[in-house]
Design a protein around this ligand. Sequence first.
Ligand SMILES: [Fe+2]
Ligand SMILES: [Fe+2]
Length: 197
Amino acid sequence: MRFRQKQLNIMDNKLYKKAEQFVIDSFNKANKPQGIKHFLRTVYWLKELDPQADEAMQIAAVAHDIERAFRQNDVMENIEKLSYTATEILRPHEERGAEVIAEFLKKQNADDQIIAKVKMLVSRHEEGGNDEQNLIKDADSLSFLENQIDHFLTVLVKQDGKEKIRGKFDWMFNRITSEKAKQIARPWYENAIKKLD
Ligand SMILES: [Fe+2]
Ligand SMILES: [Fe+2]
């Protein structure tokens, strides 16, 4: 019976829907609702890059930045001191996020294999690694370059300066693995750099 219920959950995407709601609620509660579009568009781009992307991949895509809703002071302090892409920021961002979403899925009585896969994907969504981690990373880059540029150019550039922002734009574009994603992202990236100069 339990197994059958899990099968049904997979078929109607129920677990994904619950995870999406958890992400939306968490960011609203943290008073950071402006990130939500980025998460939903990451799922959109994941499906564009891989129409076969399974439910675990979709959950990882929507929840990849969940750490930001539960951010601790050490990461905040490092962001002020270091570049956005320093390992001291990326690793806790990736790995704490993986723990948070795994905890949530456990409470939903999700299948162990799905939990393990989501955890694996979120835990390297910035750096990539295997093909599936790379897909989440590429979808994240697309969604970032599509939607977050204005926020960086109008708000963050004032506190962080041009060089730090350029570093983030370069990194988000250069880390893309898939040729298709790179083609889609290139005009957004070039436009972002032009506007920054
Ligand atoms: Fe992230
Ligand atoms: Fe992201």
